[in-house]
Design a protein around this ligand. Structure first.
Ligand SMILES: [Zn+2]
Ligand SMILES: [Zn+2]
Length: 118
């Protein structure tokens, strides 16, 4: 049994834990969270994220193409308002990092989905 209950389905579970570290950066301030979860919940939660996420390569080599000037990741016409980062650590795997640059409306969707405070 994992030492802590999964913070998504709220009970203890068999097997090693996975973790997610979502963060939303707005105007130089950030809202972060650490979720200790089971692997199925982590995978479902990442899949259900309401905005398309781009995976960042380990060495950050594809980071440049994300920076600035391309608007909201959801394809909205609204100006970019916040940057969302997600580090996901699945059982036995290297951490994966995801990124999306979003408008204000989409940042609210992300905050709600991941339980972040804006
Ligand atoms: Zn769970
Ligand atoms: Zn948007």
């Amino acid at each position: 049994m994992a030492l802590f209950p999964c913070e998504i389905h709220l009970s203890r579970y068999q097997g090693p834990s996975s973790a997610a570290y979502p963060a939303l950066l707005v105007n130089g301030t950030s809202s972060r969270k650490h979720l200790r979860v089971c692997e199925p919940c982590l995978i479902a939660k990442v899949d259900e994220t309401p905005v398309p996420l781009q995976q960042i390569m380990d060495d950050g080599s594809n980071m440049e193409q994300f920076s600035g000037g391309q608007g909201c990741a959801s394809g909205c016409k609204d100006p970019t308002f916040a940057a969302f980062f997600l580090a996901a650590y699945k059982r036995g795997a290297e951490g994966e990092t995801y990124y999306a640059s979003v408008c204000e409306r989409c940042s609210l969707l992300l905050a709600e989905h991941w339980g972040l405070e804006l």
